[in-house]
Design a protein around this ligand. Structure first.
Ligand code: DGL
Length: 273
């Protein structure tokens, strides 16, 4: 297979990476995606750094066997813990969501107060804070870790309890709003799908940043620079490998994306645990 014909690999602990997949289909509709949803190990937000790193390595190995030309780590938690290490280990371009998300937030803020919500692991690793400070030390960041229960409500309970999701998100976002942030980063790829639940809680002055857009823009620029854009216009089906219940994943994915995005498979067992 010629390099440009290869797929783009995406990985996440589950459904969240679909917010990046959705953006990929907007900006690079002709590219074929191979998506790995590690629902068998979700939520990543309650795992240790070494567990998350082990999952990411095993998924990246698997994606490389599927012949991908690039990997997008469509998960903030995995990016926070593993991005530098996967870049070191593999010889293909690997893009995470945090740097692009941080850059976007810096562009958007007017009062230089940026809020970040994410999983416990992402917030504990301070990746957004460090990245933002390195780029502009005058910006003040406010971070809050949201309950892992939000991920469970999506992944296991198929978003059935909307009022619970709403309450959990509100609890997480409110302290940041009180701190006076004018920009709020969805520092977990699951959350952009939940924006609608807290629309009413947020004043229209608050700018919401979904890192997916800037991440895919970066991927597109890299592929363009290296003449690796696939542009024959021929339709190719996307593939989804799911380590947990693939039919549950497929039905929620359809609900979130409003279409059946491709073919779903049970992922082979990559790790012993
Ligand atoms: N979607 C992930 C993120 O962006 C992780 C959610 C989880 O599994 O805890 O951080």
């Amino acid at each position: 297979m010629r390099e440009e014909e290869k797929a783009i690999g995406l990985l996440d602990s589950g459904l969240g990476g679909l917010s990046v997949y959705r953006e990929l289909k907007k900006q690079l509709p002709q590219e074929r995606a191979i998506y790995f949803g590690d629902t068998g190990h979700a939520p990543y937000g309650e795992k240790t750094n070494s567990q998350v790193l082990e999952y990411v390595f095993s998924i990246a190995d698997f994606l490389l066997q599927q012949e991908v030309k690039m990997i997008i780590i469509a998960c903030n938690t995995a990016t926070a813990v593993a991005l530098d290490k996967v870049i070191e280990r593999y010889n293909i371009p690997i893009i995470g969501v945090i740097q692009p998300g941080a850059e976007e937030a810096i562009k958007k803020t007017r009062n230089k107060k940026i809020g970040i919500v994410g999983t416990e692991v992402t917030i504990r690793n301070k990746s957004y804070k460090k990245t933002i400070k390195e780029m502009d030390s005058t910006i003040i960041t406010y971070s809050n870790a949201c309950s892992n229960q939000i991920i469970r409500e999506m992944e296991e309970r198929a978003l059935k309890d909307e009022s619970k999701i709403k309450a959990l998100l509100k609890e997480c976002v409110s302290p940041l709003i009180k701190s006076g942030v004018d920009t709020l980063v969805w520092g977990c790829t699951h959350y952009p799908f939940l924006s609608k639940y807290i629309d009413q809680e947020l004043s229209p002055e608050i700018i919401l940043v979904d890192p997916a857009e800037a991440t895919v823009k970066e991927a597109k620029e890299w592929l363009t620079r290296h003449h690796l854009i696939y542009n024959t216009g021929q339709y190719r089906e996307d593939t989804f490998f799911i380590s947990g219940d693939e039919s549950l994943f497929a039905s929620i994915a359809q609900k979130l994306l409003g279409c059946i995005p491709g073919r779903f498979h049970k992922a082979p067992k990559l790790l012993s645990s």
